[in-house]
Design a protein around this ligand. Structure first.
Ligand code: FES
Length: 143
């Protein structure tokens, strides 16, 4: 069996939603201290819905595929749904990632959460701190 699924290869070779959004409503930047990869996600939010999303990832193929898939999963979705995005859902949508690459999908979940936190803070909107917990400083990522 190939190490990477066809979907991972497709999103790595043809990533969707790459770039930046001028005047984004929420921006989330996260990094993994161990591998050095960095991911930045931009959200445009209108009426409680993610109307546009872009990303820039300086990182491995799995991180690029994870960010591409995560942006596809949240585009056009209401915030209540975006809030529940997990790295497991991204991995499933990609038809799996090798165990030693799971942390790359965690980065995508963390980047989306960081962008949401940024949006809520900028607009003075109360949010569930437990749901949007900042875990980027934790040391759980195995590389
Ligand atoms: Fe660091 Fe993939 S995000 S190796």
């Amino acid at each position: 069996m190939a190490l990477y699924s066809e979907k991972v290869m497709d999103h790595f070779l043809h990533p969707r939603n790459v770039g930046e959004i001028e005047g984004a409503d929420g921006i989330g930047e996260v990094g993994n201290a161990k591998c050095g990869d960095i991911m930045k996600i931009y959200l445009k939010i209108n009426d409680g819905t993610v109307t546009d999303v872009k990303f820039n990832t300086f990182g491995c193929g799995s991180a690029i595929a994870s960010s591409s898939m995560a942006t596809e999963m949240i585009k056009g979705k209401p915030l209540e749904e975006v809030l529940t995005l997990t790295n497991q859902a991204v991995v499933e949508a990609l038809d799996g990632l090798p165990a030693h690459k799971l942390h790359c999908s965690v980065l995508a979940e963390e980047a989306v959460k960081a962008a949401l936190r940024d949006y809520y803070k900028k607009n003075g909107i109360a949010y569930d701190h437990e749901l949007l917990k900042d875990t980027t400083s934790c040391d759980h990522c195995e590389v």
